[in-house]
Design a binder for this molecule. Structure first.
Ligand SMILES: *[C@@H]1O[C@H](CO)[C@@H](O)[C@H](O)[C@H]1NC(C)=O
Length: 287
């Protein structure tokens, strides 16, 4: 065999290992709460969270990441899911933590879910947006992704960008870039606020409520424990996230989402910010 063939085989083998190890819940996650309500199935390829009157449930990644692209396929709670919240987010720890959030607010049967997103830097959030999805997220798995690099954060649904949060430290907007984050997910009862400010209560006769997760992928910088060194990316094949930005088509999609599917935008809420909108709201058309 020629050297180049050997080299090729070596790379092919590494690639296979990286991809194969990317999607296993047994290997990559710990159940954080809810006991048997969180179940890892099919040899680690599927994870199911459930919620009953006693408790919800949740899980967290073993690894910490500093920048990357995280994909998760989720099938949300079916039927009358009003009062339930399913969350998928990145977060660091402590009072000055950073957080990048997807939260799915359930609704009465036949009524649409709300997808709530937020970015928290050094413990401060207040940057909520809400959209209605253009499909029923309970019928099939859909892919929810976070691209996080030093320049921006992009939220994607089925690879369609729905939000971008740019690094505007140059005009004094804090941006999460120093604290490594873990991936979290949870399903809990929030009928005190999630459904029309607490008006609609969770229907416990429908419990347990369940949401399913699969095909998790982290193309990300993984930190060696106790260091700030990036030791590897989970998949060496795809590092496009490192400088991923919105191209013309991405900007069109965000405009489409804002025009047709957005129900709340902190950048438009002058009542809430009577002394003036946050600085990034004046800066970019694509918030
Ligand atoms: C539930 O659906 C109603 C009717 O479309 C909508 O007004 C309400 O905001 C929805 N609630 C949530 C939590 O998405």
């Amino acid at each position: 065999m020629k050297d180049s063939t050997l080299l090729f085989l070596a790379f092919a083998g590494l690639w296979f290992l990286a991809v194969a190890s990317a999607g296993n819940f047994l290997q990559d996650f710990d159940i954080t709460w809810g006991g048997q309500r969180a179940m890892i199935l099919n040899g680690g390829r599927l994870l199911r969270l459930s919620l009953d009157k006693v408790s919800g449930s949740g899980f967290v990644s073993k690894n910490e990441f500093l920048f990357g692209r995280i994909d998760m396929q989720i099938k949300l709670v079916r039927g009358n899911s009003a009062g339930t919240v399913t969350a998928f987010y990145l977060s660091s720890q402590g009072p000055a933590h950073d957080e990048i959030d997807f939260e799915f607010l359930g609704n009465l049967s036949g009524n649409p879910y709300t997808l709530h997103t937020n970015v928290c830097t050094q413990g401060k959030g207040n940057r909520e947006q809400q959209i209605r999805l253009w499909f029923d997220p309970t019928m099939a798995f859909h892919t929810y992704s976070i691209v996080w690099n030093a320049q921006r954060i992009i939220f994607l649904v089925d690879n369609i960008p729905i939000r971008v949060f740019n690094n505007l430290e140059s005009i004094g907007v804090p941006f999460p870039k120093n604290q490594p984050m873990r991936i979290y997910s949870s399903l809990w009862n929030a009928d005190d606020w999630a459904t029309m400010g607490g008006l609609v209560k969770t229907d416990w006769t429908k419990a347990p409520f369940t949401a399913a997760f699969r095909n998790f992928k982290a193309n990300a910088c993984v930190l060696a424990p106790g260091t700030s060194a990036c030791i590897r990316t989970a998949s060496t094949q795809d590092s496009g996230w490192q400088d991923q930005a919105l191209d013309a088509s991405g900007r069109k999609w965000i405009q489409w989402v804002q025009k047709n599917h957005m129900v709340y935008n902190y950048c438009k809420d002058v009542k809430r910010f009577p002394k003036g909108l946050l600085p990034e709201c004046k800066r970019s058309r694509f918030l």
